[in-house]
Design a protein around this ligand. Structure first.
Ligand code: TSB
Ligand code: ZN
Length: 583
């Protein structure tokens, strides 16, 4: 989808349309006051104070109508430059604007734009006439806060978008609609994959049986891959003492992302936000020689993080999550090779899931941020260069992002685009020279000397939560056979005569580890078939008299009208092959 903010022409047009909307609002609500109205990736919004008025859909329509009138009237948009003093005088009745003006220095020139009876403080640029804002759509409204701070006065925000032609607007709206359709929160509800409940809490999803089956398939898949690659999986508690996190440095550098501590007897615990400290202790449980390294400790580990209530989103951004985590303990010489293996594993997994649209981001420290990042320039430079070197040698494309590193080291993140909202990180691989030092880890090198290992933190799925959110949106709820919560839906043509045979088939499939559903309701065949398609089951089996007599099964694939008939054993082999081939 086009990024409106980054397209110069569209940016200008949308900015002008935000002013047009503000003018229309001012006509309908003369006491309205405006805070800011920026252009965003998806269009524009304007934050406004409408006093006691709470907007409804009808108001949005009325504002749209007024905007159309103003477009027809076609006033020119005129730029004017004034001094700070003049600006303070001009907007003296508007406390929000005064606030903005106060931020300018006394000798700065301030620009404002006027169209007919409406003037707004604005840097510009704008289109030359409101006529150009003909093809717009007001999309939605929501609550917001003055300066984005929930302690401040509540404001109302209206979102909209504008294009130079009707065709472009319509194409954009169609795409928005499609995105809403594949939003994992919508599909998650429809397919009963997960739920939330206020009694459990915000950002704490509950995985329902269908979601749990899907998650189990993901767990089995990645567990097998990791076992084959020499990982050792462990189970560790999802709490640790405050002292553990003081030792690791999380208490100093990550506290604002953690749940508050709780006292039990003499110990003070926190819900863990990361698993690294536990895995450091697992490493430390034994003496190690250089011959043992790399040691790869993996865990499907539950973590808790404080995420702002406005930021939590379905399974994509949660407060209780399960990482597909591992910490790899390596010698300095092994860093490159092991990092490369992780990148290859990421590429391999993405291939299996058909994920094509992603970007590698090399997340580096911000040299100025001495508070977040451990002040050891040599260590940081080494680590950052090492990652760059490996990526370059592999020919992997990536972009660099300053200030996105973890507090303990630089990382490679994989960025993907959700159906709705800003990009998120799925996989990550992070280089760390710091935590092994803080936990005083060591191994004995070939000269019998003690050395400190280096740690690679890596999560291929990121969390099962976020990966599932992404997957749902990728496949639009139509999971491939090997992942689908229900792989096969069995429908007896006649619920009396063919039920016994259907039950036999279901049992046989279950014994072959196929996830199967039997639709034994007394409903019409057509109705059940339609529902099977709506639920996006990969395979629907229809069993009638012919199938009973010939000991066969007839099936349809999701998205196809064609029916195929096979002997039972042939069908089972067909399923097994497809599941093994992951399609
Ligand atoms: C990889 N210590 C490392 C670990 O060893 C770590 O915790 N890294 S992380 O902070 O980047 O988190 C790992 C992954 O968890 C991220 O790449 C992201 O995919 C996922 N994640 C982070 N926060 C959330 C959240 N609030 N909801 C869902 N998934 C999240
Ligand atoms: Zn870690």
């Amino acid at each position: 989808m086009i990024n409106i903010k980054e397209n110069e022409e569209l940016n200008k047009l949308n900015h002008s349309c935000a002013h047009l909307m503000a003018q229309a609002v001012k006509h309908l609500y003369p006491d309205a006051k405006f805070w800011v109205g920026p252009v965003i990736e998806e269009g524009f919004y304007y934050d406004m104070d409408l006093g006691d008025v709470t907007l409804t859909e009808n108001d949005l329509e009325a504002i749209s109508r007024e905007m159309k009138k103003l477009v027809k009237d076609g006033k020119r948009i005129v730029r004017q430059e004034i001094s700070k003093e003049e600006a303070l005088q001009m907007f003296r009745l508007d406390s929000y604007k005064i606030d903005l003006i106060e931020e300018f220095s006394n000798d700065e020139i301030i620009s404002c734009y006027t169209q007919g009876d409406f003037t707004d403080l604005c840097r510009g640029p704008h289109v030359s006439s409101v006529k150009e804002c003909k093809y717009f759509k007001l999309l939605k409204f929501s609550g917001s806060y003055y300066k984005g701070d929930s302690k401040n006065k509540g404001l109302q925000r209206i979102y909209g978008v504008c294009f130079p032609t009707l065709e472009e607007l319509e194409a954009h709206l169609k795409e928005l609609e499609e995105r809403k359709e594949r939003d994992h929160r919508k599909i998650g509800r429809e397919q009963e994959l997960f739920m939330n409940h206020e009694l459990v809490g915000s950002g704490m999803p509950l995985w329902l049986p269908n979601g749990a089956r899907l998650r189990k398939a993901l767990e089995n898949y990645i567990y097998e891959k990791e076992e084959a690659l020499g990982y050792h999986h462990v189970y560790t508690p999802c709490v640790g003492t405050v002292d553990l996190y003081k030792t690791s440095g999380h208490w100093d550098h990550y506290k604002e992302n953690m749940f508050p501590s709780m006292k039990v007897d003499e110990e003070e615990f926190v819900l863990r936000p990361m698993n690294c400290p536990h895995h450091m202790l697992v490493y430390k449980n034994k003496l190690h020689s250089y011959r043992d390294l790399p040691i790869r400790i993996g865990e499907f580990a539950t973590d808790f993080r404080y995420e702002a209530s406005g930021a939590v989103k379905g399974l994509e951004r949660v407060r209780c999550m399960c990482q597909n985590d591992a910490h790899l303990f390596v010698t300095k010489e092994q860093i490159g090779e092991e990092f490369k293996k992780v990148v290859n594993l990421i590429l391999d997994v993405y291939k299996d899931f058909g994920i094509k649209d992603y970007k590698f981001r090399l997340s580096l420290r911000d040299k100025e941020d001495k508070e977040k990042y451990f002040p050891d320039d040599e260590m940081w430079d080494n680590a950052e260069n090492k990652l760059r070197e490996v990526l370059d040698s592999m020919g992997v494309e990536y972009f660099e992002a300053i200030g996105e590193a973890a507090f303990y080291g630089p990382k490679l993140d994989v960025e993907v685009k959700p159906a709705v909202g800003p990009d998120v990180t799925l996989s990550t691989c992070q280089l760390d020279f710091l935590l092994p030092r803080r936990f005083e880890l060591n191994y004995i090198d070939s000269d019998g000397e003690k050395q400190t290992p280096v740690v690679l933190h890596r999560a291929i799925f990121g969390t099962f939560d976020r990966f599932t959110a992404f997957l749902i949106e990728e496949v639009k709820g139509a999971f491939p056979l090997w992942l689908a919560p229900t792989q096969v839906n069995v429908i007896p043509v006649n619920f009396e005569y063919h039920l016994e045979y259907a039950k036999e088939i279901v049992l046989l499939l279950k014994n072959n580890s196929i996830r199967v559903n039997l639709d034994d309701r007394n409903e019409k065949l057509g109705y059940k078939m339609r529902e099977s398609v709506l639920k996006k089951y990969p395979i629907t089996i229809i069993l009638g008299q012919k199938e009973v007599d010939e000991k066969t099964i007839s099936y349809r694939l999701y998205g196809s009208e064609e029916t195929t008939t096979l002997k039972i054993e042939e069908f089972v082999s067909y399923l097994k092959k497809r599941i093994m081939d992951k399609n």
